[in-house]
Design a protein around this ligand. Structure first.
Ligand SMILES: [Fe+2]
Length: 422
């Protein structure tokens, strides 16, 4: 094979390697350094530098190869040079074989020729991408001492363009990343505002009902815990927390006297109170949460598996899962807080209620998730203290309650696997 053909094949190989390197998504400075090394290897050059240029006068060194260790190039590019580089696009040498447009035409070379010669650097190639200057590659002479040929300069020109594309791409990715980061922060702010608005709303609901202060917030928190235990993705968990916060929003349209009645209400009052799920749905129906049907959870949080709930008497599979979760959270909070006509139940009474009503009022899967989450907290499997915070320090007793929970979970296991299998 003729030496010229061999050289051509070698250059093509190097170009392919360079293309791969430039397109890799790995470490940027490693990419520039490897690219420079490939370029040096192709023409048997011992030293070189790559500097980035981003519009200011100053350039920023990206890779240095084969130079004295303490050499820190601080090179600036004048406006006249920028234009000249863009016009010629070609490499310039000031070594033994100068290129036709002489080095003296460039401020850069007038300014730095001594410094660069001192480092045995004698060729400069502008990196031009999309008609703008992305940086410079400055190279030493060939190891053989021979002057650069036209073909060598062509190889340098092509390879430097490749490196320029890599640098340009990196800048673009950087810009996209910072834009995405900005968007993420904006989104987080919006979410925080949304959450704050929802909890303010929940507080407004609870203010109307003076005996159940904090009820909506606790139902939100219990719903969140159950959903997380059931393995829902975090966005859905948040949606269920919101559904819990807002489940009783319909009470805003129920007469205050009925909500705050310090005695058991009569049938007429009770039917007035029972309007609240449907009223809640009307209030919330314009909320389109991407992951949880919040209006439906409010509408059906008083439905029961056996169809004896309200407002529509739906049965098991007709009831949305979100509503089943909110329903259990709601009932648990009702049982464990004092009401005007009754004091709260003890924990073993709550467990008995769950035992009696799972499969008729409550969904077995939801009860199991609730018990598991509570068991995790009581047994120290998690550092969360949500239940203790909501129930007060003295309500739960792990020595007494862990066996109760384990026993109930054992009893519910067959029903739960039957549901899983259907
Ligand atoms: Fe309710």
């Amino acid at each position: 094979m003729e030496p010229i053909t061999q050289k051509l094949i070698h250059s093509f190989g190097a170009l392919a390697d360079l293309g791969q390197e430039v397109a890799s998504s790995g470490d940027f400075s490693e990419m520039v350094r490897t690219s420079l090394h490939l370029l040096l290897g192709t023409l048997a050059i011992r030293r070189g530098i790559v500097v980035a240029y981003s519009g200011e006068d100053k350039t920023e060194p990206l890779a240095v190869w084969g130079l004295e260790e303490d050499y820190q190039p601080t090179l600036t590019i004048t406006e006249a040079d920028r234009k000249a580089f863009l016009a010629s696009k070609r490499p310039v040498t000031w070594g033994p074989a100068s290129t036709p447009d002489g080095p003296e035409d460039y401020d850069f070379i007038r300014l730095y020729s001594d410094e660069l010669r001192g480092q045995h650097l004698e060729l400069l190639a502008p990196m031009i991408v999309h008609d703008s200057l992305a940086g410079l590659v400055v190279l030493g002479g060939k190891a053989s001492g021979e002057p650069f040929t036209e073909a060598d300069l062509e190889v340098v020109h092509v390879m430097v363009r490749h490196i320029g594309v890599g640098i340009h791409q990196h800048r673009l990715i950087g810009e996209v990343k910072s834009q995405a980061e900005q968007n993420r922060r904006l989104y987080e702010d919006l979410r925080a505002i949304y959450r704050d608005t929802v909890s303010a709303f929940a507080a407004a609901i609870d203010i109307k009902d003076k005996y159940t202060q904090g009820h909506s917030e606790r139902v939100g928190k219990y719903s969140e815990i159950i959903a997380r235990e059931m393995g829902f993705p975090e966005e859905e968990v948040e949606g269920l927390a919101i559904a819990g916060y807002l489940h009783d929003v319909g009470k805003l349209v129920v007469e205050r006297g009925i909500i705050n009645a310090p005695y058991r209400i009569d049938a007429k009052q009770s039917s007035e109170l029972n309007r609240h799920p449907a009223a809640g749905f009307e209030i919330l129906k314009s909320i389109h949460h991407p992951y949880a049907d919040i209006p439906l959870a409010a509408k059906y949080h008083h439905e029961r598996i056996d169809g004896r709930g309200y407002p529509d008497g739906l049965t098991d599979l007709q009831i949305p899962l979100g509503a089943k979760i909110v329903s259990l959270a709601d009932s648990f909070d009702a049982m464990t807080t004092d009401r005007p006509y009754k004091t709260r139940r003890s924990f073993d009474e709550v467990i008995s209620d769950f035992r009696r009503n799972t499969g008729t009022q409550f969904d077995v899967v939801v009860v199991v998730a609730f018990c598991r989450a509570l068991l995790k907290e009581l047994s120290g499997e998690t550092t969360e203290r949500s239940f203790v915070r909501m129930l007060g320090k003295n309500y739960l007793d792990s020595t007494r309650d862990i066996p109760l929970l384990r026993e109930l979970l054992g009893e519910l296991a067959p029903a739960q696997s039957a549901v899983a299998g259907r």
